[in-house]
Ligand binder design. Structure first.
Ligand code: B4P
Length: 192
């Protein structure tokens, strides 16, 4: 198995690049954001709880997202590898992921961290909010809260994987194709 974490602040291009990477490398895409949005659309109890947290720009509790990822790993026993998009987002989620993969005799091979300035993040998310219908993208205060939450809780994930020499920074500004090329170069180095 080859497992990648695509990491970065909200709006850094994780979702955009994930679509291209899973197609090229035949990985199973696990996006906690997408999983939470399906729960919201289905109006499940979990979805209703998640919506109120997401609309404040905060993170959903660790145990909820860890449970979702654990079930997704169990439901995909034949995957060649996983692309984790938007997960882990806290140090506790990182430790939980390492344990879950260890139980499957697997591990994270690399964390690719998209580096984008805050000015550009704000611009991209407000722009997406014009068409996405996502309530967390339309309000500038909510976007600012998400970026703050990222610095407070999520930036630690990159440091966690740096300790194991698995984190690589990638310039996240430029065309989608340029960034995709840089991500592929790092992946190919590790596959060869
Ligand atoms: P996510 O769904 O993970 O979404 P995101 O961080 O907002 O966006 P992403 O980074 O994927 O978007 P992209 O840049 O592709 O999370 C949503 C919420 O769910 C979180 O705030 C949190 O509350 C909750 N949540 C999710 N996972 C969680 C977890 N593990 N623990 C706790 N809570 C969790 O797209 C942004 C825009 O930029 C797009 O419009 C795109 O077209 C554009 N763009 C992309 N690349 C570009 C480029 N190179 N140039 C110009 N524009 C570009």
């Amino acid at each position: 198995m080859f497992n990648i974490i695509l990491f970065g602040p909200p709006g850094s291009g994780k979702g955009t690049q994930s679509e291209k990477l899973i197609e090229k490398y035949h990985l199973k895409h696990l996006s906690t954001g997408d999983l939470l949005r399906s729960e919201i659309a289905a109006k499940t109890p979990l979805g209703l709880e998640a919506k109120s947290v997401i609309d404040k720009g905060q993170l959903v509790p660790d145990e909820v997202v860890i449970g979702m990822i654990s079930s997704s790993l169990d439901n995909n026993p034949d995957a060649k590898g996983f692309l984790f998009d938007g997960f882990p987002r806290t140090e506790a989620q990182s430790e939980a992921l390492d344990k879950l993969l260890h139980l499957k005799h697997s591990k994270i091979d690399v964390l690719l961290a998209l580096d984008v300035t805050e000015e550009e993040l704000l611009k991209r998310l407000l722009n997406r909010g014009l068409t996405s219908g996502r309530s967390d993208d339309t309000n500038e205060d909510v976007i600012t809260a998400r970026i703050k939450e990222y610095h407070k809780k999520t930036a630690a994930v990159e440091k966690y994987y740096s300790r194991f020499d698995k984190a690589v920074k990638i310039k996240g500004e430029g065309t989608v194709e340029e960034i995709f090329g840089a991500l592929c170069d790092e992946i190919n180095k590790r596959l060869s």
